[in-house]
Structures are given as structure tokens and as C-alpha cells.
Design a protein around this ligand. Structure first.
Ligand code: ZN
Ligand code: ZN
Length: 344
């Protein structure tokens, strides 16, 4: 089979190449990948801005069909439609975080697509506990969004910060920001802010139900926030871009006694007006990935069919055109780009 592989450390060194098919051992499930989304993390691995362990197959947001089950597996069967919790591919299973399902913090952790082989290929093999059956009515395309959706669900539903009637700023209209918007739009007034290059994504935010979209290159975001909140500032600012400008905007837009949630990854140190945390007495949260509890909630939200994630899918491309897909994400012309396997 072929796969998109980071072949050696450094910037770039990603190519389509032939790899051996993985074998399915005891307690493992072999999955034929249906759709695999390109994530900002894949771009970071390409540019070597995120820890990676080459040679490694990229990709970690995916759905597929169970092809084979190893001895001892009883929760899924061949033919089942599934998605996978990819962050816990390697864990110790014994530390206090693992025991609580907070795998993100396990010191031994390695995730799929950078720590171990990922999903930009035909077959993957994972542990049974990583596999989640897709609820009836959830397409394989939508199933491939379960992983980024889980990151949004942890931030929006599990930090306990959001209430009906809130005014919320989402800064950064990438897939995670837009998934946060879907979760919030029915209960909050949502302002979505983006940079000049985000115009296509801001237009999608408006179609998805954002109350106000702001291109910060053209409009004064803080003036908009002032108008929308009668000078009080937003109840919660959700940072989803990971840039200094976005962090500054969020800290400035947040109202006194408000909250700030960090979802974006900067990958470097930023210069920001951090005193505002003190002067406004903000509650500051970080949200990284998700826990097992989050995934239970994600599956229940998908089962309820009240939210539709599919409008975020802007492109579906064969794996052999992965470079084009990466480019669409890099230039922000695409929102969520899905790859599907083809024999190149
Ligand atoms: Zn991702
Ligand atoms: Zn652990």
C-alpha cells in the first residue's frame, strides 16, 4: 500500500511511498481508512514545528471500515463503520492521567500521525479501546471529523464557562473555531474574527450561523466588540488561531470577570498584554485535545443528529493529491480537506 510518510527529521521530507501493510495482533483492530482529514498538526509536522518521530505516516483524523479483528476483540466486527481516538496510540496505561482517561498528559504518550503511523494510507491497526462505532446516520465523511470535534467539545462543553445569553468571541475561523461555533450558536451571540487570509472561512462562519464575522485587517474588532456588548467586552474569548495578534485581541476583547480559553497552538513564545488577566480578573483555561469522557460525549452528540458537521468539509481528494490538499489548508482556501485512498 502507499502512504504519505515523513521520511526523516527536519523541514519537509514528506512524500508518498510504498509501505508494508500492518498486521493485526491480539486486542487490535485493522481498519480500512475511508476518509482522513488534513489537520494543522499535519502541516506543523511537515514544517517540523510539532514533535515527530520519522519515518512515520501522517494523518490522525479518520473514519473507516473494520477489516479484521485480532484475538480477544469483541466490541466491533469486520464491516463496522468506525472512527478512532488517535492521541492514545502509545500510552503507559498506569499513570494517574491514563487511569482517568486523560491520555493527553501521559508521559509515555505518542499519538498517531506523528508519534506512530497514522491514517494517510489504506490500512491502520489500533487497540480495541481506541475504536468508536459510528452511530447510525453518521456518514463516514462526518465520522472523520470526530477527532477535531472532540477538541472543540472539550473546550466548549467541559470547561463549564458557557451560558445562554453569553456574547462570545471566537478568534480564528479554522476547523476547530468553526466547530466551536456550531456548539455555541444556539445559546450565545457569537462573533467570529479572522485575518485577511481567512475571508473564505469567515464567509463559511456566517453561513454556519455566526452572528457577526470580522475581518480584523479591514475592521476594528474591539470597536465591534464594544458595540455588541455595550462596552462590557465578551463573556468568553476563545483563541483558536495561535498567533500573537489573535491572543492580544482575545485578551483585549474579554470583559471584566470574563473568561479566556486557549485552543490555538503558537509553537513559539508570544509577546502579549498578560497583565489584562489580572486587571480584568479573567479565568484562563487551556484545552488540549480531549479525554475518554469527551469522546463519549462526542458520540452522543453525533447520535442525536442535532448538529451537522459536514458543511466544514470543503474538499475530498485522493491520497495521491495530498500536496494539493496540504496547500489548500496552508493557504486557508480549504476548511477541512479529506483524503481518500487511491493506488498511486
Ligand atoms: Zn487534528
Ligand atoms: Zn500514562
Amino acid at each position: 500500500m502507499t502512504a504519505v510518510v515523513k521520511t526523516r527529521p527536519g523541514v519537509g521530507h514528506v512524500q508518498l511511498q510504498s509501505v508494508p501493510e500492518p498486521q493485526c495482533g491480539p486486542g487490535q483492530v485493522k481498519i480500512e481508512v475511508a476518509y482522513s482529514g488534513i489537520c494543522g498538526t499535519d502541516l506543523h509536522v511537515y514544517h517540523d514545528r510539532f514533535p515527530n518521530y520519522p519515518p512515520v505516516i501522517l494523518g490522525h483524523e479518520f473514519s473507516g471500515i473494520v477489516a479484521e479483528i485480532g484475538p480477544g476483540v469483541d466490541s466491533v466486527r469486520p464491516g463496522d463503520r468506525v472512527t478512532v481516538l488517535p492521541a492514545s496510540a502509545v500510552i503507559c496505561g498506569r499513570c494517574e492521567y491514563c487511569r482517568q482517561g486523560f491520555y493527553m498528559f501521559c508521559p509515555k504518550r505518542r499519538g498517531m500521525g506523528h508519534g506512530v503511523n497514522g491514517s494517510f494510507t489504506r490500512y491502520v491497526v489500533v487497540r480495541e479501546d481506541q475504536v468508536y462505532a459510528l452511530p447510525e446516520g453518521v456518514s463516514l465523511e462526518e465520522g472523520a471529523l470526530a477527532e477535531p470535534f472532540a477538541s472543540a467539545v472539550q473546550a466548549i462543553e467541559e470547561m463549564g464557562e458557557f451560558r445562554n445569553g453569553d456574547v462570545v468571541l471566537i478568534s480564528g475561523p479554522g476547523p476547530i473555531g468553526l466547530l466551536c461555533l456550531l456548539l455555541l450558536k444556539s445559546r450565545a451571540k457569537v462573533i467570529v474574527a479572522g485575518a485577511a487570509s481567512d475571508s473564505a472561512r469567515l464567509a463559511l462562519a456566517a453561513r454556519l450561523g455566526a452572528d457577526i464575522t470580522v475581518n480584523v485587517a479591514e475592521e476594528d474588532l474591539l470597536a465591534v466588540v464594544d458595540r455588541q456588548t455595550h462596552g462590557r467586552g465578551v463573556d468568553v474569548a476563545v483563541e483558536c488561531a495561535g498567533t500573537a495578534e489573535s491572543v492580544r485581541n482575545c485578551l483585549r476583547a474579554a470583559g471584566k470577570l470574563g473568561a479566556y480559553i486557549q485552543l490555538g497552538i503558537a509553537g513559539t513564545e508570544l509577546t502579549v498584554p498578560f497583565d489584562l488577566v489580572l486587571y480584568k480578573q479573567l479565568r484562563v483555561w487551556g484545552s488540549v485535545g480531549y479525554s475518554v469522557r469527551t469522546w463519549r460525549r462526542v458520540m452522543e452528540i453525533l447520535r442525536q443528529r442535532k448538529l451537522n458537521l459536514t458543511p466544514l468539509i470543503s474538499h475530498k481528494l485522493p491520497l495521491s493529491r495530498w500536496r494539493e490538499g496540504f496547500q489548500l489548508c496552508e493557504t486557508k482556501q480549504g476548511v477541512k480537506v479529506l483524503l481518500y485512498y487511491d493506488e498511486a
